[in-house]
Design a protein around this ligand. Structure first.
Ligand code: SAM
Length: 365
């Protein structure tokens, strides 16, 4: 769907935060995969919805951020880094070429060590073919699928990416798009969710539960496509619509690095983030003193389901099933211990090895 207004457009608050996350993650991803102890000979960074590379205020877009992460963080002698950029708006394609030439007039790598392809076409029809043409498969691919939130991405492509060595995706999703148009959307919308129509039960839900339902359905679709580790979160600007990002990877280290990137994001710009599973939808704005209330609630729910459990396992739960870091767990359990809602087996302080369980609520007198 070509851009309806002018190209380029202005850079919204949540876009700034999203770019900060891309940058921090890619500054880790490129060096680990191209210059780490188990480096690959080549990697590919691909975008199905690349945009023009620049915003109306001069801010750089994701293609520039990605190329800069490689150039600044990996010696030019290390491996091959391919870049594939697809966009179906002619203006974006032309402007992206101009922007990349202006920002990187002298690339430190030869074309063979850093091939860049900019293609006009849809993600559905051109991304996979472009990756074929660049011989990207069989080596790691990071696919950034940053559509307007309607995710016109073939499920088969997600499956192929999931099956490819050390490959990862990050997808932008606007649940409101699916909530609003559920009755008018035909089978093609089911394809976004891997052909599963369960997302359509959104019509029966209370308004507050709708977005979470769509996000859960997409999370399940990515998992079924073959990404065992997922991290999803909402970026909440003080003004404007929240933005959902879902990251899928085959490796726990990917989740850890993405989570580090998320927690390091500069929130002085007024963008917070939120765990989509927190029923009270509390936004985490403060960088220095993270609000642990949502994690305390999620841990209490987990303890209810699991029965007695080691803190170590709760740390894994926090890493893989919430937006929080493992380091937050003991602090988040503390209020539950203090009010007698959980007990520590054998007493004493909470440690990683402690076994904890919920104290059954006493019946009302
Ligand atoms: C959110 S913008 C991308 C922004 C860019 N990733 C960034 O962060 O700088 C979405 C882009 O997708 C393009 N687009 C929309 N539908 C598309 C489709 N089906 N296939 C390819 N590109 C599409 C639009 O032209 C627009 O440039």
């Amino acid at each position: 769907m070509p851009v309806s207004g002018q190209v380029p457009w202005s850079c919204e608050q949540h876009t700034v935060a999203k770019h900060d996350i891309y940058r921090r993650y890619l500054e880790r991803w490129f060096p680990i995969l191209l210059a780490g102890s188990n480096a690959y000979p080549s990697v590919t960074y691909a975008e199905g919805f690349s945009g023009p590379g620049i915003y109306s205020g001069g801010e750089h877009g994701s293609p520039v951020i990605a190329m800069r992460a490689l150039i600044e963080k990996v010696p030019a002698t290390k491996g091959v880094a391919r870049f594939a950029f697809i966009d179906d708006d002619e203006r974006c394609v032309t402007m992206l070429g101009d922007t990349l030439r202006a920002v990187f007039p002298n690339r430190p790598r030869s074309d063979a060590a850093m091939p860049v392809k900019i293609v006009k076409g849809t993600c559905a029809t051109h991304l996979e073919a472009t990756l074929d043409g660049m011989n990207a498969w069989g080596q790691p691919i990071f696919a950034n699928l940053d559509s307007w939130g309607n995710v016109p991405v073939p499920y088969r492509l997600l499956q192929r990416l999931a099956a490819n060595v050390s490959s990862e995706v990050i997808v932008t999703l606007f649940p409101q798009h699916f909530v609003r148009f559920v009755s008018s959307q035909g089978e093609s919308a089911d394809k976004v969710f891997g052909g599963d129509p369960t997302w359509r039960t959104v019509v029966d839900l209370a308004p507050a539960a709708k977005s979470r339902h769509i996000l859960t359905a997409y999370r399940q679709a990515l998992c079924k496509a073959g990404f065992p580790y997922l991290l999803d979160f909402e970026l909440i600007p003080r003004k404007g619509q929240p933005l959902y990002l879902i990251f899928g990877t085959g490796h726990p280290l990917g989740v850890k690095k993405m989570k580090d990137s998320l927690w390091e994001v500069d929130r002085t710009q007024g963008v917070g983030f939120r765990d989509p599973r927190d029923e009270q939808a509390e936004t985490l704005f403060d960088v220095d003193e993270p609000l642990l209330g949502p994690l305390t609630r999620l841990l209490a729910r987990k303890l209810q389901e699991s029965g007695p459990i080691r803190v170590e396992e709760l740390r894994d739960f926090a890493l893989f099933e919430t937006v929080y870091r493992p380091e937050h767990v003991i602090r988040a359990l503390k209020p539950l211990v203090d009010r007698g809602a959980i007990k520590v087996d054998g007493g004493g302080a909470l440690r990683r090895s402690s076994l904890v369980s919920l104290v059954p609520a006493s019946p009302p007198r």
